[in-house]
Ligand binder design. Structure first.
Ligand code: TMP
Length: 210
């Protein structure tokens, strides 16, 4: 869905697990709030009923077919779009969303579904103004998950699977996708993120009181 007539902006953080998306989304949120922008922070899967089911799925993946899994992510997104994303865009908010339909194309695509068909099935969802695609070697990502967070890998995080996910992410071409080199320090990555976002928010900034 096209969003040109809506005053808000939708900025999406995408990439394989452990690339630091969530940390950077929160850092950017604080940065923009301090500058007076009306920021909404959100994520997919959401904390709604379908999002809860999806988290259940992390633990018992074999109970679901990949088609059922896809349906759950789409149902979760439909609710997210209707309840939060569209109203916030209409209100002129800057939405920072951790994962969106590019993750569905990449993750469910890595399970063998067609990424292009998945993208087309997401036609109901507003097109983002900016997608920041976080890229780092899988070694870095997996180390951040297992060492940093003290977690073991879930089904979505197995190495071979993530290699396929990363390949699909890189193959999606859209004019609003910017690659972020996520192998550096937190500060370095934040600088890249702010650089990409500043271009997008320039008109808003000149319209704001300061
Ligand atoms: P996260 O909360 O750590 O980002 O984990 C969400 C997991 O769900 C992550 O491994 C990617 C996966 N996922 C999909 O498989 N399809 C989707 O459409 C979305 C949004 C996430």
């Amino acid at each position: 869905m096209n969003t040109p007539q809506m005053p808000g902006k939708l900025i999406v953080f995408e990439g394989t697990d452990g690339t630091g998306k969530t940390t950077q989304r929160d850092l950017l949120g604080r940065y923009l709030l301090a500058k007076g922008y009306p920021v909404i922070i959100t994520k997919e899967p959401t904390d709604g009923p379908y999002g809860m089911k999806i988290r259940e799925l992390y633990r018992h993946r074999s109970r679901f077919s990949r088609e059922e899994e896809l349906e759950l992510f789409l149902a979760d997104r439909r609710q997210h779009v209707k309840n939060l994303l569209l109203p916030s865009l209409m209100e002129g908010k800057i939405i920072l969303c951790d994962r969106y339909y590019f993750s569905t194309a990449a993750y469910q695509g890595a399970l063998g579904l067609d990424p292009e068909i998945i993208l087309a099935q997401n036609d109901f969802a507003p097109e983002p103004h900016l997608v920041l695609l976080f890229q780092a070697s899988l070694d870095i990502g997996l180390k951040r998950i297992t060492a940093g967070r003290g977690e073991t890998l879930n089904n979505f995080e197995q190495r071979e699977f993530l290699e396929k996910v990363a390949t699909i992410f890189s193959a999606i071409k859209r004019p609003f996708i910017r690659n972020i080199d996520a192998s550096g320090t937190m500060e370095d990555i934040h600088r890249q993120v702010v650089g990409c976002v500043s271009d997008l928010l320039q008109p808003l900034r000149t319209a704001s009181p300061d």
